[in-house]
Unconditional design. Structure first.
Length: 319
């Protein structure tokens, strides 16, 4: 992440819990639950993980963390689990931060030596650093299906897709009627926002706002150029930056634009004095490899999925 979109900027002065990409375990006073810990779920209906996940939760009382994690684990089983956890406690604000295609050891708190990631490292130092456990998917759409539904992604047709078929190719996506973490939280009074990458189906049938999010600002496809915000090269008509169901053409480096939008969402909910759930799904460091100063490279690339773009220095700048 760029400095502008750093986790510290998003959630100052807040208790934090962070799970690494693909690593989850017990630590301190808060347990992490598998599906078998929930009486209301079958053991194989586990919580979805993802090789690209950064998980950040915030709560007012430390003892509430355990109940919150169990409630999210049971989200696919129904609203009752969420309601029971929230019944006698102050509702926490939740920010879910996901990096896209980032390796487990690509941040310095997990062993990267070529560069430092002090903002992310601070979450591990001041919150929790999880070291054991494994994600049930290492690819894009499948990971997001699991995270949204709290179920193994293979229980839904869209969870079997990688890559997600292009718009119009086949009718596949996250069914709007399926319960999701944001739809369940919305029913108990939360404001819900997705900022960043969706990649779970195309309009008009599939959309973040049909699956529990009040607000959406980001991209619908698997990846875009960081400067043009197009899923194709600069000369194509493939703009894929959206505010709700309306395309927006806004100049700027995408990681910084997404970070700014998350800050705005937090400020809006704070002014409303409303508990919130924000899914902050950054596209970095997904291809194309472009750092904040690489706009010229953006114009040079023959394809967004070019394999000759960037260097390890570029990758470090993106992270």
């Amino acid at each position: 992440m760029s400095r502008k979109a750093s986790p510290n900027r998003l959630v100052p002065n807040t208790a934090k819990v962070m799970a690494s990409p693909g690593k989850i375990t017990s630590h301190g006073a808060v347990r992490t639950y598998s599906a078998a810990d929930s009486d209301s779920m079958r053991p194989h209906d586990g919580v979805g993980g993802g090789a690209q996940l950064w998980f950040l939760t915030m709560w007012d009382k430390p003892e509430f963390g355990e109940k919150l994690l169990k409630a999210i684990a049971a989200a696919g089983a129904g609203l009752v689990a969420v309601r029971s956890a929230f019944a006698q406690q102050t509702k926490p604000n939740i920010v879910y931060i996901m990096a896209d295609d980032m390796g487990y050891a690509d941040v310095s708190c997990y062993g990267r030596k070529e560069y430092q990631t002090p903002n992310i490292d601070s979450l591990a130092r001041d919150g929790m650093k999880f070291m054991q456990g494994y994600a049930n998917s290492a690819v894009c759409t499948a990971t997001r299906v699991a995270l949204m539904t709290g179920r193994y992604q293979y229980r839904l047709p869209v969870g079997l897709e990688e890559p997600l078929p292009s718009a119009g190719a086949r009718d596949v996506g996250l069914p709007p009627e399926h319960p999701t973490i944001p739809s369940l939280l919305k029913k108990v009074g939360y404001g819900t926002s997705l900022v960043g990458k969706w990649h779970l189906g195309w309009l008009p049938k599939y959309s973040p706002q049909l699956s529990g999010f009040d607000h959406f600002w980001g991209i619908r496809s698997g990846g875009v150029d960081y400067f043009t915000h197009k899923s194709g090269i600069a000369s194509t008509d493939t703009l894929d930056l959206w505010d709700g169901n309306t395309k927006v053409d806004q100049a700027g480096y995408l990681t910084e634009l997404l970070g700014d939008r998350v800050v705005k969402e937090i400020q809006t909910y704070a002014a409303q004095k409303k508990p919130f759930y924000i899914s902050a799904c950054f596209t970095a460091p997904h291809w194309p490899w472009e750092g904040p100063g690489d706009e010229a490279e953006s114009r040079r690339l023959p394809a967004v999925a070019a394999y000759d773009s960037g260097t390890m220095k570029t990758y470090a700048e993106m992270v």
